[in-house]
Structure formats: C-alpha cells, structure tokens
Design a protein around this ligand. Structure first.
Ligand code: HEC
Length: 413
C-alpha cells in the first residue's frame, strides 16, 4: 500500500528524529541540572566578581572544572558553543514525519466513529493546533501573568488539557497523543528559536558593541529553558506512546493523557529537588504508584450493561467487543503502518504475504482473529497476537458480525 520511497523516508526521518531528540534532550537535562547544582561563589571568590557559580564533575578520567561567568566584550572566546541545531533538527524531522504519516492522509488522524471531519479538515486541525498552541503559550508568558509563575503554569496546563479534550473529540487515541506531544515539542523548539537564541543574539551583539553583559536577557531565556526542561519527560512519553496502545485505545484517553503529563512533570520536579528534599526518591515512587492506580481505574472496562442493551444488534455489540479487546489499538478506522484498516475487508479478496489471494469469508475472518500468524496480510509484520483461547464463541461471532457490517457493502461490486 505504501510506495517504496515513503517507507524509506519514514525510516530515515524516524531515526534522525530520535537521534536529534536524544542529543537535544540530553543537553537540556544536563544544562538544567548544572544550573540547579552550581555552587554559588563564596567569600574567597570575591576577587573574581565575574564568577556566577562553579562545580566539578568527574568524567572520562579527569575533572571538568566548570565555571559560569559574566562575559565581557573584549574577552569573547573564539570557540563559543551555542547548542541549537539539535533542537531545530528534532522539530524539522518531526514535522516532516507528521506530514508523511498523518497529514498526507488526514483520515489517519481521525476517529471515524466520532468525527465527520474531512481528511483536509483533520490535517488543518492538526496544523492549526501547532500554531494556536504556540501562540497561546507564548502570549501567555509575555503577558503580566509571567510575574506569577505558579498561575502561569496552571493556565498553560489548563490550555493544553482543553486542547487535548477538544482534539480528542475528533482524533483517534494514537494521533491525539502524538499531536499533543507535537504541540509541546513545537513550543519547546520555538522557545529555543525565538527566546533562547533570540536573547543570546541580542546580548552577544550588545557585548560586541562594547556594552556590558545584560543579565536580564539571560534570565528571560532561562525561564523558557526551564519550561522546556519540564516538558521533556511528557513529550518523550507522548512520542513513544504508539508503543503503549493500551493507554490511548480507550474512551478515557484524554484523562489518561492528563494523568501521564502531570505525573511526569512531578517526577522531573522531584528529581530536581534531590539535594534539597530528603524524601525525593520515595515521593517519585509515590507519584508513579498513584498515577498507575488512577490510570488502571480509568482503563477499567465499562460494566457489561451496554452489551445486553445491544443483544438485538450483533454488529454494534461486536464493535463493543472490538474496543474492549483492544483491537482498535492497532486497527484504526483507516489504514495505518501498524495494522491494516478493516473497513471493506470482509467479502473482498485479500493478498497474503506469500502472494496468494484469498476470499475474506467468515472462515478467513475467524482464522485471522484466532491464529493470525497462519495467514499474514501482505505488507504487514506478523504482529497481531493470537486470540485463540481469549475469546468466547459468542464474542467471536459478534466480532465477525461487526467486521461484516463494515465489510464490502452490497452497493460495492
Ligand atoms: C498488536 C496489534 C494488533 C491487535 C491488538 C489486533 N490486530 Fe488484527 N492485525 C494486526 C496486524 C499487524 C495484521 C496484519 C498481519 C496479519 O495478517 O497477521 C492484522 C490482521 C487482522 C485481520 C486480517 C485483515 C485483512 O486485511 O485481511 C483481521 C480480520 C484482524 N486483524 C482482526 C483483529 C481483531 C478482531 C482484533 C481484536 C480481537 C485484532 N485484529 C487485534 C495487528 C493487530
């Protein structure tokens, strides 16, 4: 189904994206860690008024003796490292991946059972989300609210969760988690581009013009760096979420997302408090256990009531079994790279991995579910777990009824 070049582009972009992100986030974590753990100048350092802080780090068979200093125009080091390309590369490759995997066919973003948006509408909503997300966040932190950081954080998070709720009424779980991750990642990269690099350019220009080192510019950039720092764990988690389909293939996906984001920010905060708060490690275990318990509760299947209500409608009851068994974690309503879409499959001819053609009749559907490795669809990895022994006969009948209801319609030839 995918043309060869798109597959290759996907592989190269994914790897470049992950590499750049590791380099960027590694830097972000290390620099913030250094900021937080710098030792303030002592009295015996008074003869060095330019010293802002220092620390020693053992690595590679020697000690890195690090100083953070005020810079003077007449003593700008010849080689001064800026750290920006990891961030830009992460964003550019991520944006191209979004385009390749989702925007090229907006239907892959949607949950077709809830949304009647068109493919273009879905793509526009995703792109618009990136822009609106940044504008909301940036203007908020330029407003007077920035003088009250705690309130700023609360409003930023409320904005993010409102976006997740709204997008969750249209997007499927996998797309929703990636979209929110992409919106946060866009804010992080734009922070680097606009504020962190922007302010560094400003004060370096001033230095070269012989003006003194303006520390306020650095401070503003540092606030954005700190925001980026707290976004790292949630963004990493959301970007990896395609590997945890259980978390998003549920009605409660928005609530699960919120719990994950809050818990990971709390974990990062507790890690930062390591040297000031004795109970940091116990608290981390507490946060993780608490968040896991809430998520387990959110994932609990709804009571069986709905099933009996649907007795007279096997296709609808089958849809429910489909969701409860987590089939929709891999099988979205449209084609994806993980698994084939199942619309139009029942009653049509399927090509298997060995090139043979087979009619997708009841027997084929049953075998596809019970022992999927026996007949693997061409173009996909044999990644579907066998359901033999995990479904009752009734559930299997209902699943087949559902698949037939979305199968090749009588209207088709
Ligand atoms: C872990 C991901 C995953 C889950 C969960 C999963 N599948 Fe699949 N499914 C796949 C993949 C990958 C294929 C294609 C490869 C193959 O045929 O085994 C597939 C193939 C199929 C096919 C054949 C489609 C065709 O085009 O001929 C059917 C039918 C199907 N799955 C139904 C189900 C049902 C029903 C469930 C839930 C009980 C389910 N799947 C759960 C990954 C998954």
């Amino acid at each position: 189904m995918e043309s060869g070049w798109a597959d290759w582009a996907g592989i190269l972009l994914r790897f470049a994206h992950v590499l750049a992100a590791i380099m960027w986030i590694g830097n972000s974590l290390l620099f913030t860690w250094m900021e937080l753990n710098l030792i303030a100048p002592r009295e015996d350092d008074e003869n060095d008024p330019d010293l802002l802080g220092k620390m020693d780090m053992l690595h590679g068979g020697g000690v890195f003796h690090l100083q953070k200093r005020v810079l003077h125009g007449d003593a700008i080091p010849e080689r001064l490292h800026w750290f920006k390309w990891q961030s830009y590369t992460t964003w550019i490759t991520g944006f191209l991946l979004l385009g390749l995997l989702f925007h090229s066919n907006g239907m892959t973003l949607l949950d077709a059972t809830r949304s009647d948006l068109s493919a273009h509408g879905a793509t526009a909503m995703s792109l618009g989300g990136l822009v609106v997300g940044w504008l909301f966040y940036d203007l908020l932190w330029r407003s007077p609210l920035k003088k009250f950081p705690a309130a700023g954080v609360v409003v930023s998070l409320l904005g993010l969760f409102a976006a997740a709720w709204f997008l969750g009424t249209h997007f499927n779980g996998r797309a929703l988690f990636l979209q929110i991750g992409a919106m946060m990642g866009t804010c992080m990269s734009a922070n680097v581009f606009v504020h962190i690099m922007g302010n560094q350019h400003k004060f370096m220009r001033a230095l070269r013009e012989g003006k003194p080192h303006d520390m306020s510019l650095g401070k503003a950039a540092k606030m954005r760096s700190l925001h980026n720092h707290y976004m790292t764990f949630p963004v990493l988690f959301l970007m990896l979420s395609a590997h945890f389909p259980k978390l998003y293939a549920t009605e409660t996906k928005v609530a699960v997302l919120i719990v994950c984001v809050l818990a990971l920010m709390a974990v990062k905060h507790l890690m930062n408090m390591r040297y000031h708060f004795k109970g940091w490690l116990v608290s981390i275990f507490g946060v993780v256990a608490g968040a896991s318990a809430i998520i387990a509760f959110l994932l609990k299947p709804e009571p069986a009531m709905a099933m009996t209500d649907l007795k007279g409608d096997p296709a609808a009851a089958g849809r429910l079994v489909f969701e409860r068994q987590g089939c929709n974690a891999c099988h979205l309503d449209s084609m994806s790279q993980i698994a084939p879409g199942l619309h139009g499959v029942a009653g049509s001819m399927q090509t298997l991995a060995d090139g043979s053609l087979i009619l997708a009749d009841d027997a084929y559907l049953r075998r596809s579910i019970l022992e999927p490795q026996a007949q693997v669809v061409k173009g996909y990895a044999p990644a579907m777990p066998p359901y033999a022994g995990r479904l009752s006969d009734e559930e299997l009948d209902l699943l087949v009824a559902y698949l037939k209801s979305i199968g090749k319609t009588e209207a088709g030839q």
